[in-house]
Design a binder for this molecule. Structure first.
Ligand code: 15L
Length: 264
């Protein structure tokens, strides 16, 4: 690729992309709302609010791939979610349509399906069961990606990211964890396959305790290598496992399922 855009480039996963995906393009265009430090040799920095349609159009111009990590990444009042994740997604896809249909990685989330119980097993055909307004916005994003694929041919990998951190932080994450190495390999595969389409992908490592089945996207050739199980003893030593009707023991989305609606 000549120019790869990373939105939300100052966030947790955006920073991982910035550090570890520079081999994928001649130029990384990095965007966020706030300062990201000085650009390195092959970087362009563009400060941009995703809610600003004209600014997003300029941002996407000249990019032949997009990793969309930007937006609101946890539960929040509706105003915040609407601007960042609803208007922001629409602005991004409109800009992509007017700028040569770049391939897109969309950071969806496990909170699009967080109200499924931990006893249930899901695949790409499982209908959404969001666990909050944030989850609803992620379902909207998946629907928008699907629309722009069917109408305009824009290919998007909708990645329902589990918990992508250096290590799992609690018992639930023994099922939802995705290592940075597996995440990086996933992005590489998404941009390598000749035909992507608009698949739903569960963003998790090869966890023994997984609830998710990625059989439908075997064609990506993504083979996650890590397994959260290696952290079980450490987590057992740090905390009691959740039990009974604790949302962390019942629902795939954990605490998000127990949250109320945040007043604007
Ligand atoms: C998410 O969608 C969040 O962005 C992240 O901060 C974690 O909370 C993650 O889900 C998770 O469910 O662990």
């Amino acid at each position: 690729m000549k120019r790869l855009l990373i939105t939300g480039a100052n966030g947790g996963l955006g920073s991982v992309c910035r550090e570890r995906l520079r081999h994928m393009a001649d130029i990384l265009r990095l965007s966020a709302r706030r300062d990201m430090g000085a650009p390195a040799a092959n970087e362009e920095i563009v400060l941009c609010d995703l809610g600003d349609k004209a600014a997003v159009e300029k941002l996407v111009e000249g990019c032949d791939g997009i990793i969309h990590m930007g937006g609101q990444s946890t539960e929040a009042p509706w105003d915040v979610i609407r601007t960042a994740n609803i208007d922001g997604m629409f602005n991004l896809y409109e800009a992509a349509r007017k700028n040569g249909n770049p391939r897109i990685v969309y950071a969806s989330s496990n909170h699009a399906i967080g109200f499924y119980k931990q006893t249930q097993r899901l695949d790409a055909n499982s209908v959404p069961r969001p666990d909050g307004l944030y989850g609803v916005s992620k379902v909207f994003g998946e629907a928008l990606a699907s629309l722009y694929y069917d109408k305009f041919g824009i290919e998007t990998a909708c990645v329902r990211i589990g918990s992508c951190f250096p290590e799992p932080r609690n018992h639930r994450m023994l099922s939802t964890w995705m290592s940075y190495d597996d995440f990086v390999q996933l992005i590489e595969r998404i941009f390598s396959v000749p035909r992507l389409g608009c698949p739903i992908i569960y963003g998790a490592s090869a966890n023994s305790a997984s609830w998710w089945d990625n059989r439908e996207v075997a064609y990506l050739g993504w083979n996650p290598k890590d397994n959260a199980e290696m952290f079980r003893a450490k987590i057992d030593g740090q905390m009691e496992p959740p039990a009974g009707d604790d949302v962390n023991a019942v629902y795939q989305g954990g605490a998000f399922a127990g949250d109320g609606i945040h007043e604007s």
